[in-house]
Design a protein around this ligand. Structure first.
Ligand code: CA
Length: 223
């Protein structure tokens, strides 16, 4: 498996390179956006780890150019803690996952393994599960051909669940990805949001797609 890291902070880049190499991956690094993009277009990488702020060309532009060129390799964004809009923007542009700096290497490795296991179908602009269809670029979702009336937060939540179909997502992870907050005990916000999402996505339909995993969180699955 061949991974490209585009990151201009040398410490982070070398820490990632070392850890991933030790984990058995072949790793290239670039500290410049223009150079990184050229590498990404030239070599058929299995995964790209992408920083947002880069000299030469930013991470958004790299991702957009790659997707326009039809490159569907998974892209893991590295983002700053307070940049929740960056994350939403990244999802819209076709990023597959995020990691908030600073992060533990074990966390990065877990995400990398997961992304590499996923099927290419998930990098498409649309995702279909049972009779649910999500068009990421247009921020639209429908079931059985009828458009679902979702707020942008609800759409983000549905996208997160659906992109990780079959994976149990903890309330903490959902909170971090969608609300950019950390909880210790009060996970009520997530439960309320899921209930609202279910009232639109699941309640009117016979087949339920969002399932509760008691004591853990939620999983999106066609059972
Ligand atoms: Ca940077």
């Amino acid at each position: 498996m061949h991974i490209l890291i585009i990151e201009d902070e040398e410490k982070t880049a070398s820490f990632l390179r070392k850890g991933l190499t030790e984990s058995g991956y072949v790793v290239d690094t670039s500290g410049n956006g223009d150079e990184g993009l050229l590498l990404a277009l030239d070599i058929d990488y299995d995964l790209i780890i992408l920083d947002v702020m880069l000299p030469g060309r930013d991470g958004w532009s790299i991702l957009e150019t790659l997707r326009r060129a039809g490159r569907k390799m998974p892209v893991l964004f590295l983002t700053a803690r307070d940049m929740v809009h960056d994350r939403v923007k990244g999802l819209e542009l076709g990023a597959d996952d995020y990691l908030i700096k600073p992060f533990a290497f074990s966390e990065l490795l877990a995400r990398v393994r997961l992304l590499l296991r996923r099927t290419p179908q998930r990098h498409n602009e649309t995702l279909q599960v049972a009779d649910l269809e999500i068009e990421f670029a247009r921020q639209r979702a429908s079931r059985g051909g009828s458009r679902l009336d979702l707020t942008s937060k609800e759409f983000a939540l549905l996208s997160l669940l659906a992109r990780r179909e079959g994976e149990v997502l903890s309330r903490t992870l959902i909170a971090e990805q969608i609300w950019d907050i950390n909880f210790d005990s009060d996970t009520n916000v997530i439960d309320v949001a899921i209930r609202r999402l279910r009232s639109k996505v699941d309640d009117p339909f016979k087949k339920k797609l969002i399932h509760t995993v008691r004591g853990v969180g939620y999983v999106f699955e066609d059972r």
